[in-house]
Design a protein around this ligand. Structure first.
Ligand code: 5GP
Ligand code: ZN
Length: 610
């Protein structure tokens, strides 16, 4: 059977859809890639605004229209908060709240067992949806209480494949207990459930091994990770643990709520070098009065302190935000405060939301609701200010060097695109990358797992070679929704090692040495601290770290060196014998990380005795 998915709303929903896809495809269902002949639709809805509700309903209707005989299962936050409404939509067969989302496969089985499919469809009747009566409570609040009963983090299985080949999301927690007065999410998502650290780490390890190079930590309110009394870890523990994992990858936080974290907490995160210099910090309003009425638990002052420590640490730290306009009782002056802050901070992105009245929230019954036209007016003004803010942020980044993770090749533009670590969309023209002068990190670096994913594709398509690679660039110009970028020549890992290597420096004549033999392949020079009357070192000119790093292609060179040792011994009059020593790596006593053979002669050697 062929299943199609539609996901609305946040990253957590997207993540959960991926988990369901994995689960269902493991059970033998076919995951649809187009809209043709779909047997089952799973629509993972959102309810954050009334627009989200509407879109959720539209998707449901659209699905039924495209494939009238399909079975339609509706889940997610809209299904959680308004189950009866969802069930009432014509064509809906199954309604599943968030707490049962991961049981959809079982629900489907049950559904088909109970009602044998006729012509592919169970029923066209509205209101005929499979609904657990006990879950149809009158008020949103009782839905919330129901969610409160789920007392463990819902283990939804390790996500190993997500849509993108470069960036992977890890859900670290569910739920929110902040109850911002406008927000329906705590009711839709229920109580706090943090995921055990080991489970997060093992998922991250798995994703990194699969070649993902950006791990995004996501949750309903990520900053609340571990605040349950049963937890000793917090979000910093998660970052710390992931930061210490080996591999060429970076960590991104999807957002950290200022309702939970403050400036001093933020500072603690600066030491994790894999953490991107980007943070989403929802402001919601620039007015202390409105913040209070929103139950946001911070003042503008405190918000500004966070901004201050971030920009002191890195002036180009990427800061994105959300702002709501038209919250009840928001006066022109309050709105001006939001506008002012948008003009004062160089946000990399401002998401503007018109206040949406959500039934069941405290704000929904507040006096002073603002009318739609006024909200639209304020929204338009703030969107413009937000765009200008982003332009200022881009300007700050002009000519700056950043690291980009390339995500895709855009045919029309002839450009690769990807994000800098401070979250600027970078456009790199293909001619720049393919120029001979430029070495992508990957080209010379054969680390075991780095290219598992691109490797499969690049053989057929050279264009893909740079996808999922880090490239250092200089940002040269503001372009569309991001910036043009030019790769800068940078040292590959191999080159970096070489430039710090004493023996490579001797080869390059940067350090003087008493050289006794040299050709195009090897160099022989006297040891500066001889252990015997004759003590020379023979090294390959090629930088090979140790005996342990000798590769099959070095065979010939190794044979050549052995022959050279014999010739050198002859020129040193060591006809009575000599000793050749190679110390390999730390336990072998190797102190210089460039393969070398010691040639010792004329006795007075410490070992073997005599
Ligand atoms: P290992 O301990 O790695 O087997 O050997 C390193 C050798 O390189 C030592 O014997 C040390 O004396 C020698 N060495 C280290 N630095 C220099 C240098 O700058 N010039 C020369 N000629 N020998 C060096
Ligand atoms: Zn070297």
């Amino acid at each position: 059977m062929k299943i199609a998915f539609h996901t609305l709303g946040c990253k957590v929903n997207q993540y959960e859809t991926e988990a369901l896809k994995n689960n269902l495809s493991a059970k033998g269902y076919e995951i649809a890639t187009d809209e043709g002949a779909i047997d089952i639709y799973i629509i993972n809805t959102c309810t954050v605004t009334s627009l989200a509700d509407r879109k959720s309903r539209q998707y449901i209707r659209r699905a039924k229209k495209l494939n009238p005989h399909s079975v339609i299962a509706v889940t997610g936050c809209y299904a959680q908060v308004s189950p009866e409404e969802a069930a009432g939509i014509e064509g809906v067969d199954i309604v599943v709240g968030n707490e049962d989302k991961m049981n959809i496969p079982e629900q489907l089985e049950k559904f088909f067992a109970d009602k044998p499919v006729q012509n592919g469809s169970k029923s066209q009747d509205a209101g005929n949806a499979l609904l657990d009566a006990s879950k149809l409570n009158e008020s949103v609040m009782s839905e919330y209480e129901l969610l409160q009963n789920a007392d463990e983090y819902f283990e939804i299985g390790i996500i190993s494949e997500v849509g993108s080949r470069t960036r992977a999301f890890i859900k670290v927690q569910d739920g929110c207990d902040r109850f911002c007065s406008y927000c329906i999410i705590p009711y839709a998502r229920g109580k706090l459930q943090s995921r055990p650290l080991e489970s997060i780490v093992s998922e991250a390890r798995n994703l990194i091994d699969k070649g993902f190079k950006e791990i995004v930590l996501t949750g309903i309110n990520t900053a609340l990770y571990g605040v349950e009394s049963s937890f000793s870890d917090d979000i910093e523990s998660v970052i710390k643990a992931l930061n210490s994992l080996a591999g060429d990858f970076r960590i991104r936080l999807s957002s950290l709520e200022p309702t939970v974290i403050d400036a001093s907490y933020i500072k603690k995160l600066f030491k994790y070098e894999k953490l991107c210099h980007h943070i989403h910090l929802s402001l919601q309003s620039g007015s202390d009065k409105i913040l209070k009425s929103m139950n946001r638990r911070y003042s503008m002052d405190e918000y500004m302190q966070i901004i201050k420590v971030l920009t002191e640490f890195d002036p180009e730290y990427g800061i994105s935000t959300d702002i709501i306009v038209g919250f009840p009782e928001e006066t022109n002056e309050d709105f001006e405060e939001s506008l002012k802050i948008t003009e004062n901070i160089d946000f990399c992105k401002v998401h503007v939301f018109k206040y949406s009245n959500r039934k069941g929230t405290t704000a929904s019954t507040m006096r002073g609701q603002i009318d739609g036209t006024e909200k639209s007016k304020r929204s338009a003004v703030l969107i413009t200010a937000g765009d200008t803010s982003a332009v200022r942020f881009f300007e700050k980044n002009l000519n700056k060097e950043k690291k980009v993770l390339i995500e895709e090749f855009v045919e029309d533009l002839g450009c690769y695109t990807g994000y800098t670590d401070n979250y600027i969309k970078a456009y790199i023209h293909k001619t720049h990358l393919q120029s001979e002068h430029f070495n992508c990190n990957h080209a010379n670096n054969g680390t075991a797992n780095s290219n598992h994913i691109t490797g499969n594709r690049s053989s057929s398509d050279n264009i893909d070679k740079y996808v999922n690679e880090f490239v250092n660039v200089r940002l040269t110009e503001i372009f569309e929704d991001g910036m043009l970028a030019e790769p800068i020549e940078f040292e590959t890992k191999e080159e970096k090692k070489m430039s710090n290597c004493i023996f490579c420096k001797i080869v390059n004549k940067e350090i003087p040495a008493n050289v006794m033999y040299e050709d195009d392949k090897v160099l022989c020079f006297h040891d500066i601290t001889p252990k015997a009357p004759v003590h020379v070192l023979l090294i390959p000119k090629k930088h090979i770290v140790s005996m342990d790093d000798v590769r099959p292609e070095d065979q010939e060179l190794m044979g050549y060196m052995i022959v050279k040792i014999k010739e050198i011994a002859e020129t040193l009059d060591l006809e009575n014998g000599y000793r050749v020593v190679n110390n390999c790596k730390k336990d072998g006593g190797q102190t210089v990380d460039h393969l070398h053979f010691h040639i010792l002669g004329k006795r007075q050697m410490m070992w073997p005795p005599g």
